[in-house]
Ligand binder design. Structure first.
Ligand code: GLP
Length: 260
């Protein structure tokens, strides 16, 4: 079962996760962080920037992104290359060649998934993967129906996901239809998964992922197959969890030696 941590605000969740990452990076400067996009991980990145300003050295850390849109220029402000560069690479002082994002250019799209898989395996994998969850239950861009064994590949976004992401573009028409995303099988290879969810809009998907049946119709439920998962949620996102009393009990009895 996932370790569920219910926090009072996204900022508290971000600080909790950032403290853990900073400690891991201090112990192992060559740590590899799996980075996610969307609004959810932003409090983690904000807290990591504070740790960097306070002296944590992230310069040897590597990063792998979950996904990228197909067919928008790399330098488009909403390409995930740009978002990761803006939110993570520059402010934390990472070496750009150690930051990897799937290649969403049309030229070479046939091999984009395979190349990304190889780069992850050659690197030695991801130590901690940050995850958000879409309202459709997607992890990365693995929409409902994605195989639990899937690897990095091209996927078609659902209309719901395109609508959800319209806020980052000037109109729905500008939101790409296709993406390259790590598969659920790729995500499950990371050594530790940290799934974050904030706000009432995520409550149904979060409860289905954490406590619902294992099904490809709810890609988030794939986390139940992983041996080390931490779920960080605010009260609103936790509101549909059936075992919340147990999570709170475990949290209030968490010994000092217990890590995230
Ligand atoms: C995005 C990303 C996912 C993210 C999800 C939720 O489109 N591909 O990695 O977790 O949708 O986004 P948000 O955090 O903005 O709600």
């Amino acid at each position: 079962m996932a370790e569920v941590r219910i926090v009072s605000s996204p900022a508290e969740g971000g600080a909790l996760v950032a403290d853990h990452i900073a400690a891991r990076v201090t112990a192992n400067p060559d740590f590899t962080l799996g980075v996610a996009t969307g609004s959810t991980p932003l409090p983690v990145y904000a807290a990591l920037r504070e740790r960097a300003a306070a002296g944590t050295d992230f310069s040897r850390m590597s990063a792998f992104a979950l996904d990228e849109y197909v067919g928008i220029p790399v330098d488009h402000p909403e390409s995930y290359h740009s978002v990761i560069d803006r939110e993570v690479t520059q402010p934390l002082g990472l070496v750009p060649t150690r930051v990897h994002v799937p290649d969403g250019s049309i030229d070479g799209i046939q091999t984009a998934g395979e190349r990304y898989e190889r780069s992850m395996v050659d690197h030695g994998g991801v130590d901690l993967q940050l995850l958000g969850i879409g309202t459709t239950g997607h992890l990365g861009f693995n929409e409902p129906g994605s195989s639990f064994a899937s690897l990095t590949r091209v996927k078609t976004l659902t209309e719901q996901t395109r609508l959800d992401n319209t806020r980052f573009f000037s109109s729905l028409d500008e939101v790409p239809i296709h993406c390259v995303t790590q598969g659920l099988g790729t995500i499950l290879r990371a050594r530790h998964l940290v799934l974050l969810a904030f706000g009432a809009g995520k409550a149904d998907a979060l409860a289905a992922a954490v406590e619902g049946p294992l099904t490809a119709s709810m890609p988030g439920s794939a986390i139940q197959l992983h041996a080390h998962v931490t779920v960080v949620v605010d009260e609103a996102a936790a509101s549909k969890l059936k075992h919340d009393a147990y999570y709170r009990w475990a949290q209030s009895n968490s010994p000092d030696w217990q890590q995230l």
